[in-house]
Design a protein around this ligand. Sequence first.
Ligand code: ADP
Length: 301
Amino acid sequence: MRIAILSRNKKLYSTRRLIEACTQRGHEPLVLDALRSYMEVVPSKPEVHFKGETLNAFDAVIPRIGASITFYGTAVLRQFEMMGSFPLNESVAISRSRDKLRSLQLLSRKGVGLPSTGFAHHPDDIQDLIKMVGGAPLVIKLLEGTQGIGVVLAETKKAAESVIEAFMGLKANIMVQEYIKEAGGADIRCLVIGDKVVAAMKRQALPGEFRSNLHRGGSASLIKITPAERATAVKAAKIMGLNVAGVDLLRSSRGPLVMEVNSSPGLEGIEAATGKDIAGMIIEFIEKNAQPNKTKTRGKG
Ligand code: ADP
């Protein structure tokens, strides 16, 4: 198959592994920088151009779109969808997953376990917002933060009030969340492909830190997840409409809680922690599922 990988850099671990897996399985991979792909939007004949050439539709497109280029990257992917290429994850699902609040709203509608979360605009509502999520300590998050940046633990009500006020003053979009203390600075990353969790790892924060992101110095280890955790992760990916997802769970006293569903999960940490060939499994999924014009939304939403 002809498979395009939308990625800004061939040397990134995940991109390299996907190229390798394509080649090993007899496919023809091509890495395209989404920001160097440009589009001709004309009636009934959508086209993507790259460095002066017009590209034909691919059998599949693997989007590895960084959070900072979501708008442009999903526009390029949508153009490929309209040309009939099979996207590993659909543009609409990627856009949804990039907004933490929108994701939690979709998950809450279907009864998935979540940390209690509040969202407000006006400073006059701060007191009630804090009460709603169970008071301090609580977590304040920028809606579009990644890698743990923009996630703050406010230990006291006073600290929570002033941080929320400051963010509101800056017109930053934030949500306020119940702090899951019993998670002990750890979370679980479940890698979902299709309707299965194919790998899982525990990420533990450094001492004195509550964010377990590997980018914040967290360490990864192998973990055996429970059937409830497995079912929650698969359900979350399905609700978001993602074929491949990194679902982050917190272990709480009331069961697994979904924190986030990531549409471009990094492969390095999880392959190292589990020793599994995740890139190979992704290409295998494409082999089984890629058909022309099979996109559910075809960029409609
Ligand atoms: P990002 O998308 O920036 O990684 P997350 O929402 O995943 O942001 O939060 C970063 C880390 O902070 C998580 O991996 C987790 O360890 C910790 N964390 C986030 N929310 C909570 C919470 N409500 N309770 C306890 N820990 C949390």
